[in-house]
Write a protein that binds this ligand. Structure first.
Ligand code: GLN
Ligand code: ZN
Length: 757
C-alpha cells in the first residue's frame, strides 16, 4: 500500500446528492430515488480513486447527511427523543433536521473547518445493538467495483469530545467505558466482513490541546480496540494540526499505522522517528486536503525524502492531509475561470492524480512518458504561479513594505469618543440595525436579472434605489437613531467585496459541503489584492442623501474575507490579510470623505480563524488585530468605527476584541441573556456595545414589554451611555412582516426606558 486518501467529498460533482435529498424532503420523489443517486455517486467516487491508482480507498466516508450522525446510528446511540419515529429513514432525517414534532439535534463546526456535524447527546440514548447495515452494504458494493476498501470510522475519543450531555455540558468523557464497549462491538462485527480488514479511525481531537490530557484514554482505547479481532488492521488518522502527544501514546498500542498532517503541522516531523521505532506505518498527509492550489510535486517529494530520513520508505504511505471533503470536486465544469488561474488549481479529482504522481516520483526511479509529461506540466504551472503578473502586483507589495508604520492604534478611545458625541449627538441607548434588510424575492430577482444581462445597469440601479429609499425612509419614520442602507445590492457579504477586489476569482462549481445538503462556494484569493475603485460609496452616499440621520457605511472586514475564502498558500495568510485590509482602508477613507462618518466593519468570522492549538493563537490574534488597525486607523477622530461579531462567546477573546479598538461593537447576546455582557463589564471594557436585544434567527416578533425588560437587564450590567440597542444580526433572511413590528417594538421599548431614566 503506497497511496491513501483519507476521505472523498460525497455531495457529487454536480451536487447530485443535494438535489436528490431536497426533492425527497419536499415530497417530490420517494427515498428510493435518493438511494439510487447515492449508489451511483459512491461507485463513481470509488472509480475516480481506482483510476488514479489509490491503494487505500474509503468506504463509509459517504453520508446522506453527516458522518457523526451515521456513527450514532452505527453504535446504536441515537437520541431517545426521536425514538417514537419508527421509520429508520424518517428518524435519521428528523434527528438531522427536525420535523413537526421533533427538534433537530444541534449542529456545530467540525474543528476549524466550515463543515458542520450533528452534535451527539450521549447520556439519553437508545442504547440499541450496533448496526453495520450501512457499512456492510458499502463494503460489498466497493468490492464489486474491484476495490479493497478501508472502512472509515470516527474514533471514540473524537466522538465523545464532540458530544454533549442533555444538560448541555461538553465532552461526556465519564461515558468513555460505555462508548468504548460499543466501538468494540462494532469492530467485532466489521471484522466478520472479510478475511482481512483495514479500518481507518479518524481522531482529529488528538491535534487539539485536549490530547495532552487524553494520554491514558488513548492508550486504553487503542489497546482494547486492537485486540478485538486479529484480522483487523487499525490506522488512526489525525489532521489539521500536530498530534505529537497522541503519537507517543498510540505507539504503545498495536495500531498498524498513524496518520499525520504535514501540510498544516510541520511539527509532526518531530515524531516520525517514534513511529519508525515502534515499527508502524506512517500515513503521511502531504497533499493539501483543505485548499485548492496545485501541489508543487517536487516540494512534496522533497518533504517525503526528509521524512524518509527517520523512517524506512516502505513504511511510508502517501496521503492527503485530511479528507477531501473540504475542497470542491473537479475542475471539469470550470468553464469561465481565467485559464491561467485555472492552471494553478486542483480540486479533489485533480488531487488524486497529484497524489499518485507524488507517490510515483517518491517510490520509483523511472516515470512513464505520461507521468513525466504530467510532472513537467506541474512544474510549468508552479513556475507560472511564481512569476505571473496576475499574482504579483508591485504596487501592492510596495504598499505592504511601508505597512510597518500603519500597524498602529488610533488616538485613544477616550479622546475620540468625546468628539464623536459632540459631532453626532446621538442619545443614550441609541437604536440601530446590523446592516441588511429583507432580501425579498423582488430584490433577488432584480439582482439576478442584472447578473444575467436581462436588464441594463440603469434600470438595475433604479430598482435598487427604490428598495434602498423605501428602507431608509421607513427607518427614519419609525425613529431609529442610526440608519443603514439595507444591503440590497449584495448577494453575500464576502462575495460582494471579493468581486470588486483584484486578485480574487470566483469559481462556477467550486462547491464545498457546509452541512447536510448545503454547500458554499468560497472566493479564491489567488493574487496580490487591491481595490481598484470604491466599492460601497455610491450606495452609502445615495442612502445618506435621503436622511439627516447618520447613515452607517457597511463593510466586511479583512479577517472575515480571509476566513471565508480559499487563500493563496504561496505567502503567509497574514500578508494576504494585510493586503485586503489596505483595500478596506481605502474604502473607509473614501466613505468618510464622502460624508459617511459612521462605518461598520463586520468581522463575523473573526473567531472562526482561531487555530486549534492555544500556542498558535497569539500569532493569529496579532495579525488579525493589526489588520483591523490597518483598515481603521485611517478614520478621523470624529469618524466612528463600528464592528459586528456574530458570537455569544467572548470570554477567551475579550482582550483581543478590546485591542481591536472599535468605537462600537455589536454582538449576538439575544439568546444568552446578559451573561455575556457581564464579561465586558467585569473586564472593564470601555467602548460602546450593542448587545443584540432580539434573536433574528427566529421569525418570532418580540414584544415591547419583553424588550423593555431586556434593556433594563442590560442596564444592570452596563450604564445606558455605553449601550446601543439593536437586533443581534443582519435581517436579510427575515421577511418585512416580521422585521417591521420587531423594530417598531424595539424603538418603542427604548423610548419607554428612556422616559423612565
Ligand atoms: N452587515 C451584515 C448584515 O447585516 C452582517 C452579517 C453577519 O454578521 N453575518 O447582513
Ligand atoms: Zn451577525
Amino acid at each position: 500500500m503506497k497511496t491513501f486518501v483519507t476521505g472523498f467529498p460525497r455531495i457529487g460533482e454536480q451536487r447530485e446528492l443535494k438535489f436528490a435529498l431536497e426533492r425527497f424532503w419536499k415530497g417530490e420523489q420517494p427515498f428510493s430515488e435518493v438511494e439510487k443517486v447515492a449508489t451511483e455517486l459512491k461507485q463513481r467516487h470509488w472509480n475516480y480513486q481506482k483510476e488514479a491508482n489509490i491503494d487505500a480507498v474509503s468506504i463509509n466516508d459517504f453520508s446522506l447527511y453527516d458522518t457523526t450522525l451515521d456513527t450514532m446510528v452505527a453504535l446504536g446511540l441515537e437520541p431517545k427523543s426521536h425514538q417514537d419515529i419508527t421509520d429508520k429513514t424518517a428518524r435519521y432525517f428528523a434527528i438531522a433536521r427536525g420535523d413537526d414534532q421533533h427538534r433537530a439535534l444541534e449542529m456545530t463546526k467540525w474543528f476549524n473547518t466550515n463543515y458542520h456535524y450533528i452534535v451527539p447527546v450521549l447520556d439519553e440514548t437508545t442504547d440499541k445493538e450496533v448496526d453495520i447495515t450501512k457499512i456492510k452494504a458499502e463494503y460489498i458494493a466497493a468490492k464489486a467495483e474491484g476495490i479493497t476498501p478501508k472502512v472509515n470510522l470516527i474514533g471514540p475519543l473524537t466522538f465523545i469530545a464532540n458530544a454533549k450531555k442533555s444538560n448541555g455540558e461538553d465532552a461526556p468523557f465519564e461515558l468513555f467505558e460505555d462508548i468504548l464497549a460499543k466501538y468494540k462491538a462494532l469492530l467485532a462485527q466489521i471484522a466478520t466482513l472479510d478475511e482481512k480488514i483495514l479500518i481507518q479511525i479518524d481522531e482529529p481531537v488528538l491535534v487539539t490541546d485536549k490530547a495532552a490530557e487524553l494520554g491514558l484514554l488513548i492508550k486504553k482505547a487503542y489497546s482494547e480496540l486492537t485486540s478485538v479481532a486479529t484480522n483487523v488492521e487499525l490506522f488512526v488518522i489525525t489532521y489539521f494540526d500536530h498530534a505529537k502527544e497522541a503519537t507517543k501514546a498510540l505507539c504503545t498500542t498495536d495500531v498498524a499505522g498513524i496518520g499525520l498532517d504535514f501540510v498544516y503541522a510541520k511539527e509532526n516531523k518531530e515524531v516520525v522517528k517514534i513511529i519508525a521505532d515502534a515499527g508502524k506505518k506512517l500515513i503521511a498527509g502531504v497533499i493539501d486536503g483543505r485548499n485548492i492550489w496545485i501541489s508543487d510535486i517536487d516540494a512534496k517529494v522533497a518533504l517525503l525524502e526528509e521524512l524518509a530520513q527517520d523512517i524506512d520508505k516502505e513504511n511510508i504511505i502517501v496521503s492527503t492531509s485530511c479528507s477531501l471533503l473540504h475542497v470542491p470536486f473537479t475542475l471539469k465544469y470550470e468553464e469561465k475561470l481565467d485559464t491561467e488561474v485555472k492552471s494553478w488549481l486542483a480540486y479533489s479529482v485533480e488531487k488524486l492524480d497529484e497524489l499518485n504522481l507524488t507517490a510515483k516520483c517518491f517510490f520509483s526511479d523511472a516515470l512513464s512518458i505520461e507521468e513525466q509529461k504530467a510532472l513537467d506540466a506541474n512544474r510549468a504551472a508552479n513556475q507560472s504561479r511564481r512569476t505571473s503578473s496576475k499574482i504579483h502586483d508591485e504596487a501592492v507589495q510596495a504598499r505592504i513594505k511601508e505597512l510597518e508604520s500603519l500597524k498602529v492604534k488610533r488616538v485613544p478611545y477616550e479622546t475620540r469618543i468625546v468628539k464623536q458625541h459632540e459631532k453626532f449627538n446621538y442619545p443614550e441607548l441609541a437604536t440601530t440595525t446590523i446592516g441588511s434588510f429583507p432580501q425579498t424575492p423582488e430584490v433577488r430577482k432584480a439582482r439576478r436579472a442584472f447578473k444575467n444581462g436581462e436588464i441594463d445597469e440603469e434600470s438595475y440601479i433604479e430598482q435598487m434605489k427604490t428598495f434602498t429609499k423605501a428602507c431608509v425612509l421607513w427607518q427614519d419614520e419609525i425613529g431609529l437613531d442610526v440608519l443603514v442602507h439595507g444591503e440590497f445590492e449584495r448577494n453575500d457579504m464576502v462575495e460582494y467585496f471579493g468581486e470588486q477586489l483584484s486578485g480574487v476569482a470566483f469559481s462556477q462549481n467550486g462547491w464545498v459541503q457546509s452541512y447536510g445538503s448545503r454547500c458554499v462556494k468560497p472566493p479564491l484569493i489567488y493574487g496580490d489584492v487591491s481595490r481598484p475603485e470604491p466599492m460601497t460609496v455610491f450606495w452609502s452616499s445615495y442612502a445618506q442623501s435621503l436622511t439627516d440621520k447618520p447613515m452607517k457605511g457597511m463593510l466586511t472586514g479583512a479577517v472575515t474575507i480571509l476566513n471565508w475564502s480559499f487563500v493563496r498558500d504561496d505567502q503567509p495568510r497574514s500578508e494576504t490579510c494585510y493586503q485586503i485590509s489596505l483595500g478596506i482602508r481605502d474604502e473607509i477613507d473614501d466613505l468618510q470623505n464622502a460624508g459617511i462618518e459612521m462605518i461598520q466593519v463586520d468581522e463575523a468570522a473573526f473567531k472562526e480563524g482561531y487555530p486549534l492549538r492555544a500556542s498558535k493563537r497569539p500569532a493569529y490574534e496579532e495579525f488579525a488585530v493589526k489588520s483591523f488597525w490597518i483598515s481603521t486607523n485611517v478614520a478621523k477622530e470624529t469618524t466612528q468605527i463600528h464592528t459586528h461579531m456574530c458570537y455569544s462567546e467572548f470570554n477567551d477573546i475579550i482582550r483581543t476584541i478590546e485591542e481591536m479598538d472599535a468605537d462600537v461593537i455589536s454582538i449576538e447576546t439575544a439568546r444568552s441573556g446578559n451573561v455575556l455582557l457581564k464579561v465586558f463589564a467585569r473586564t472593564g471594557y470601555l467602548q460602546e456595545i450593542g448587545p443584540g436585544v432580539y434573536d433574528i434567527h427566529s421569525p418570532r416578533v418580540p414584544s415591547t414589554e419583553e424588550m423593555v425588560a431586556q434593556i433594563k437587564e442590560l442596564m444592570e450590567v452596563l450604564p445606558a451611555k455605553q449601550l446601543w440597542i439593536n437586533p443581534d444580526c443582519g435581517l436579510k433572511t427575515r421577511g418585512w412582516a416580521e422585521v417591521k413590528p420587531s423594530l417598531e417594538n424595539m424603538v418603542k421599548a427604548v423610548k419607554e426606558v428612556r422616559a423612565q431614566l
